[in-house]
Design a protein around this ligand. Structure first.
Ligand code: C2E
Ligand code: MG
Ligand code: MG
Ligand code: MG
Length: 293
């Protein structure tokens, strides 16, 4: 059953079984058409903020399907179908190209590109095409791998742990960043983490959103933070919705935050404006600090 939320999201799943199956087939059919040109898809971007300086340090690419009749369809409502049918491989390739194109666009206009993060689902992570796709993208847009990063969840277990470790090492060898997304929700043992060649943990938004009211969630956040610090990993908190969240996260020593408090995911043009304004603001701040020193 589709989960409820405040947004007026289109639901593919309806009450009766027959409806469900029919809609699913319809989605599949429409998706198959839509991925021919990819024109109905758009990447939105949500900034990641340094909690220490307030600077925008990167952004996560989040896909939207602008359906001609339905309007915006959110990833939770179509990525599972794309996964199931394998169409995610083509969609995922487009996402990488699109992000790389934006990085190249910033570079060409003379500003330091933001690091853009692309989500990988299980099937993509396990795909033998993944490395080839990434190499092709890096070459075609001629971008430095450090501007691109990938978010994978703990439960990408389409493949064995040994296989996963191999892929993670290959990604690292390419020079792209790798983050563990939704950390804390999966079942991977903390001991595995030591073997994972990753840079960053993203604490799942469920813990962040509840940590002010729920002592258990707060304890989980605290342990993830101290664990990450001990292992030299950077931490991003997702689902930062209020100033109280920011205050507590700063107190706990969390490096980066992402969430509606700073910005919801926005179209590229809006991210670009935000980033340019932020660059000016940070420069002014640095200059005034220099004058005072
Ligand atoms: P995710 O990677 O964990 O992304 C974070 C989700 O939390 C996004 O939902 C984002 O809009 C939402 N979010 C951000 N800040 C807040 C906040 O302060 N409060 C709350 N309540 N939510 C917040 P979205 O965009 O609907 O994406 C859902 C999931 O779909 C993503 O979770 C990711 O797993 C997947 N996804 C999105 N884009 C792609 C893609 O291009 N490829 C693949 N394979 N998966 C994608
Ligand atoms: Mg993510
Ligand atoms: Mg996440
Ligand atoms: Mg998620």
């Amino acid at each position: 059953k589709a989960k409820e939320d405040g947004r007026n999201r289109y639901r593919f799943y309806d009450t009766t079984m027959g409806e469900t199956i029919r809609k699913k087939l319809q989605v599949e059919h429409e998706m198959r058409e839509a991925i021919e040109t990819m024109e109905q898809f758009e990447l939105y971007y949500q900034p990641k903020i340094s909690l220490r300086t307030g600077a925008i340090t990167g952004a996560e690419a989040l896909i939207r399907w602008n359906h001609p009749k339905i309007g915006t369809v959110y990833p939770d409502d179509f990525i599972p179908v794309a996964e199931h049918t394998g169409m995610i491989i083509k969609i995922g390739e487009w996402v990488m190209h699109e992000a790389a194109r934006r990085i190249e666009q910033w570079r060409a206009s003379g500003i330091v590109p933001l690091k853009l993060a692309v989500n990988l689902s299980g099937r993509q992570f396990g795909s033998p095409l993944l490395l080839h796709q990434i190499r092709t993208v890096l070459q075609r847009y001629d971008i430095k791998p450090e501007y691109l990063e990938f978010e994978v969840t703990e439960s990408v277990s389409m493949i064995s742990l040994t296989e996963s470790l191999k892929v993670l090492h290959q990604l690292r060898d390419l020079g792209v960043g790798v983050n563990i997304d939704d950390f804390g929700t999966g079942y991977s043992s903390l001991a595995y983490l030591k073997q994972f060649p990753v840079d960053t943990l993203k604490i799942d938004k469920a813990f962040i959103m509840n940590m002010l009211d729920d002592q258990d969630d707060r304890t989980i956040v605290e342990s993830i933070v101290s664990l990450s610090k001990a292992m030299g990993l950077k931490i991003v908190a997702e689902g930062v919705e209020s100033i109280e969240h920011v205050r507590l996260l700063k107190k706990l020593g969390v490096d980066y935050g992402q969430g509606y408090f700073f910005s919801k995911p926005v179209p590229f043009g809006q991210l670009d404006r935000m980033y340019r304004n932020n660059l000016v603001k940070m420069k002014t701040l640095r200059e005034s600090e220099r004058r005072e020193a």
